[in-house]
Structure formats: C-alpha cells, structure tokens
Design a protein around this ligand. Structure first.
Ligand code: AMP
Ligand code: GLY
Length: 432
C-alpha cells in the first residue's frame, strides 16, 4: 500500500517508523515531515493544514491510506473532504472531531452522556463571566473553547488570576477565535494518565496506558508544555480502573456519537485525572498523543497499518492487540527557553552514538536535515526512547542515550518515568 502520514513532529516520526515495519506498506510519504522522518519516508513539502494540497497529492500518488497526526486538519474536516473524494483516511469526521475542537462541545457532550468530568460553566459574555468568578471557590480552571496548541488552559489560585485569564482569552483574544467562549471548571486533584482507544464507529481496541509529563521542570514545576516525556504502561491504571474507563468513558462516547449521527472513527485520546472518586476526564483529543505515542508504539507487537485499516473498514471487533511486556520511556530533549522563546539552527551531535544504546530509538520532532547535518528547528527537538525489562531499566537506557546527545542550550527533564515507582512499590506492598 501507499501510505501518507500528515504532520512533522515526534508523533509522526514514530507513526512512520511503525507503519514502515508493516508488510502491507510499499511506499511511505510524509507531509511535511522532518529531519528524522526523511530517513525513512519520502517527505513532501505540503503543510499539514493545506487540505486541498494534500487531496491533490493523495490523488496523484494513488495513496491507499492517509494517517493524520495533528488535530488542526481533523477539526477543520480533512476526513470529510478525503472521503468525499473516495480517498481512505484514518480519523474522525469534522463533527466528531469537535470533541477536541471545542471544549464547550466536549463538556456538554460529557454532561449529556453522564461521563465523569469536572463540573463546569460556559460563558460567551465577558461581564457574565466576571461577575460569576467573584462567587466561585478557588482554585478553578479557565479554558479557552477552541484549539490553542495546548496553551489555552489556566489554573487559577485566586480571583485576580482568574480575572486576568478571562481578560486575556476573551478581551485581548490571545488565542483569537478560540477564545469566543470559555469553560470555567472545578479544579480536580489527582494524578494524570492518558488512555487511547482506536474506534471504528462501534467497536474499539484500547491501547496500553501511558503518562505524559506536561510541565517543563522536574517534579512538575513551571509552565505547561506540549509534553516533556512519557512512559508506558502506567502502573497507576489497574485492571479495575481500566474497566471503569471502558464502561464510564470510552463506551459512552461511542454510543453518544452514534446517537448524534456522527459515529467516532480513529483515535480517541482521553486525558484523565485519577481522583479519589475514580477517573475523570480532563480533556478529549481526537488523535494520537505526543509524546505518549513515542512510548506506546514501540511496545505494540501488532501491525499498526492493519489496526488503522480495521478502523476505516469497521471491523475492529476482529482485532486483538498484542503488547511487548517491557516498559518504554521517552525523554524529550528541547531547545533552551521552550515553551517560551528559543533559538533554532543548532547542530545536533551524538545521534549515532545514542542509537547504539540497546533497544533505543531516537524520534525526531523539531529537526531538519541540511547536507549531512541535523539541525534543531523547533521547541521539542528529539524524543529519546528506550525499551527495558521494567521501568527502571527503560529509564536507565533512555538517559544513557540522552547523555550522548548534545546541542547548544539543550534542555530535558531528569525525572521522566519516576512517578511509576510509587505505584509499583504500593502494589508490591498490597500483594505482600
Ligand atoms: P487540557 O488541555 O484540558 O487537558 O488541560 C491541560 C492541563 O491542565 C491538563 O493536562 C491538566 O494538567 C490541567 N488541567 C486541566 N483541567 C484541569 C482540572 N479540571 N483540574 C486540574 N487540572 C486540570
Ligand atoms: N501529550 C499531550 C497531547 O498530545 O495533547
């Protein structure tokens, strides 16, 4: 098959890497791709949001399957456009993608389907929002309704912070139209975990669990980022919690979307807070997570292309996924200054040496190839990923590889994966 991956980050590199291993794959393209992806796929210079350009390319090259990495094109309706042109594409239609595209839609949908989530109010009027804030108990969470590249969520400890957040989103419009409406919700205490399900409208396959590290500094301090590292599986999710996630979250989404007349196909990513009352949904995404996918796919023994085809062809009930028992850890190496201002164009050294560490894969995010050199070209630069028997081994190997790589002002967290320890210790005490 001829397969096209859309996007240019670490998630798209691991998708391309896994797709390349399938015996079904004959030709692999990526639009626009990056320095690492160009080693394994033909990179084509079409932007991920250029839907017209992508359709034209897919027709010209007779692409058999298109896989969309980022949320932007999905929310803009790329699946509807491709399907109208009789092109096979993996992902949800525009209406179903509103689960990520609009927080108001997602919260109201969850409310209608009785899916556990923080209580909330929505506002499209600044004066109403301001006057309600003064009656709230803090902390609260203020969220811009639309897509804001992961930056549209502010945790507010007091009224002053909340007024500032509302002002920035609704008056200064720092996220443009995404801030037409806001959601103000209850602050949830607990630990976060991500569950991804591949859905075909009716049936689904859960992927193994993973945990992201959203804050820039160790011990979850500092501003939110796109994700500084991930590991899989996440031992916080017991068999029992898995069952709860299926019956209280995944299955109600599938039924709710069917009732709406917009069956959900593709990847549903549930960002959960495991609270004392059980798992609650923080957000839905309608695509693979980044960097969760870098930690999940190296553990998947099954054929990813076959899985995505089964979603497109509505036959996921026949698929059973197989997983490597080992743990996987992905440490993100970023440009100094990220998630704020940072410089680009720094030469990366040590990639070959890092690759020599056993069971280690270097997924590129913000890189570009210039002659034979690899240069930084984004905030998150590399996802250094290792498999190991047990999380400790995976962490040790990933950091061994990280320590061989260098570029000017490179930055990474030193504690990726360490949250798993307390759950493993807790579990062994319970068993004893
Ligand atoms: P979201 O994009 O909605 O997942 O929010 C980004 C991050 O903000 C989440 O990963 C959480 O760390 C945090 N967050 C969002 N909503 C809440 C909430 N209701 N309570 C506590 N933290 C939250
Ligand atoms: N890792 C968070 C996300 O993919 O949205």
């Amino acid at each position: 098959m001829r397969i096209l991956v859309i996007g240019s980050g670490g998630r798209e590199h691991v998708l391309a890497w896994k797709i390349k291993q399938s015996p079904l794959t004959k030709e692999l393209y990526c639009a626009p791709g990056n320095g690492g992806i160009s080693e394994i796929a033909h990179c084509v210079d079409i932007k991920a949001d250029d839907i017209k350009g992508l359709v034209k390319f897919a027709k010209e090259k007779k692409i058999d399957l298109t896989v969309v990495g980022p949320e932007g094109p999905l929310v803009a309706g790329i699946v509807d456009v491709f399907e109208k042109e009789k092109l096979r594409i993996f992902g949800p239609c525009r209406e179903a993608a509103q689960l990520e595209g609009s927080k108001v839609f997602a919260k109201e949908f969850m409310y209608d389907c009785n899916i556990p989530t923080a209580s909330f109010q929505r506002f499209d009027n600044i004066d109403e929002a301001r006057s309600s804030l003064s009656r709230m108990t803090f902390p609260i969470v203020v969220k811009a309704d639309g897509l804001a590249a992961g930056k549209g969520v502010v945790i507010c400890q007091n009224l002053k912070e909340a007024e500032k957040a509302v002002d920035e989103i609704m008056v200064q419009k720092i996220f443009d139209e995404a801030g037409q409406q806001i959601v103000v919700e209850e602050y949830l205490e607990g630990e976060e975990v991500s569950i991804l399900a591949v859905i075909d409208g009716e049936s689904y396959c859960l992927l193994d669990s993973s945990q992201d590290h959203k804050r820039i500094f160790d011990d979850d301090i500092g501003p939110n980022t796109g994700g500084m590292g991930a590991y899989s599986p996440a031992p916080i999710l017991t068999e029992k919690l898995y069952k709860t996630v299926e019956s209280r979250i995944i299955e109600p989404v599938i039924r709710g979307m069917q009732r709406n007349g917009t069956p959900f196909k593709g990847v549903l990513y549930a960002g959960l807070m495991v609270t004392a009352e059980g798992p609650m949904v923080l957000e839905f995404n309608v695509r693979f997570g980044d960097p969760e996918t870098q930690a999940i796919l190296p553990r998947m023994k099954s054929d990813l292309v076959e899985l995505m085809l089964a979603s497109c062809e509505e036959r996921l009930d026949t698929v059973k996924l197989r997983w490597d028992k080992r743990s996987c850890v992905c440490v993100v190496m970023s440009s100094g200054g990220y998630p704020g201002e940072y410089e680009k164009g720094k030469e990366i050294s040590g990639l070959k040496e890092a690759q020599q560490v056993p069971d280690t894969f270097i997924f590129h995010a913000g890189t570009k190839k210039e002659d034979s050199r690899i240069l930084t070209s984004g905030g998150r630069v590399l996802g250094v990923t290792s498999l190991g028997m047990g999380i400790e081994k995976a962490i040790e190997q990933a950091y061994q590889a990280v320590d061989k790589i260098n570029f000017d002002r490179c930055f990474f967290r030193r504690d990726i994966g360490s949250k798993a320890f307390k759950w493993i210790r807790h579990r062994s005490q319970v068993v004893r």
